[in-house]
Design a protein around this ligand. Structure first.
Ligand SMILES: O=C(CO)[C@H](O)[C@H](O)COP(=O)(O)O
Length: 219
């Protein structure tokens, strides 16, 4: 099975976590896109979705799936999204697609976070994938200097603006031994909007696509 087939397999498995008659959160990226395509087949079962990016909202609407404003709905029953890395504690690195801020908001507004990944994303220690950080543009240089003090090598994601009008710094060289502590520390740097570490609110369920089928890990 190639990576796309593994992504499709977990995306389809996540349909089991969709609760009838509720509004659900939908993530961003190629794995989330497979989930959106699978969701289209059962769209009559749900009351609507909240999307974590403009791209996902467009894909959902293209399937005729209602997309609602988070401010118009209460708690979401479940949030389904991919990740760039996960450890066995279901701490994640996210933001490879640049949607990390809205992803963290929608995950936070959901009772359950189901993460869907192919097996290449499971790591012992987070940090081989450059850590995405959304930053207010005027703070770029200051934040970059602060990140160097934390042992990172920040690089501006060229030609990219987030859905919120900000920039992304991708930070190489971070050995993330204590994900919760580092997430909180980086969150305290003025100018950082969102850190791509999802540890203080980890996933609740990880569906991992493997050549031997879907494995389920829980936090
Ligand atoms: O965090 C994300 C987007 O901001 C994605 O979930 C992450 O980049 C994984 O993407 P893919 O499913 O394409 O491998």
């Amino acid at each position: 099975m190639d990576q796309d087939e593994l992504k499709k397999q977990v995306a389809e498995a996540a349909i089991e976590y969709v609760e009838a008659g509720t509004v659900i959160g939908v993530g961003t990226g190629s794995t989330a896109n497979f989930f959106i395509d699978a969701l289209a087949k059962i769209k009559g079962k749900i009351d609507g979705t909240v999307a974590s990016s403009i791209a996902s909202a467009e894909r959902l609407k293209g399937h005729g799936i209602p997309v609602l404003d988070l401010n118009e709905v209460g708690e979401l029953s479940v949030y389904v999204d991919g990740a760039d890395e996960t450890n066995e504690q279901l701490h994640l690195i996210k933001g490879g697609g640049g949607a990390l801020t809205r992803e963290k908001i929608v995950a936070g507004a959901s009772r359950k976070f189901v993460c869907i990944c192919d097996e290449s994303k499971l790591v012992k220690m987070l940090g081989a994938f450059p850590l995405p950080i959304e930053v207010i543009p005027m703070a770029q240089s200051f934040v970059a200097r602060e990140l160097v003090k934390h042992g990172g090598m920040p690089e501006l994601r060229q030609g990219f603006t987030t859905d919120n009008g900000n920039i992304i710094l991708d930070v190489k060289g971070m050995e993330i031994m204590e994900p919760c502590t580092l997430e909180s520390a980086l969150n305290n740097i003025p100018g950082i909007v969102t850190v791509g570490i999802f540890a203080n609110r980890p996933a609740d369920v990880l569906l991992l696509g493997t050549a031997n089928g879907v494995k389920t890990l829980t936090a």
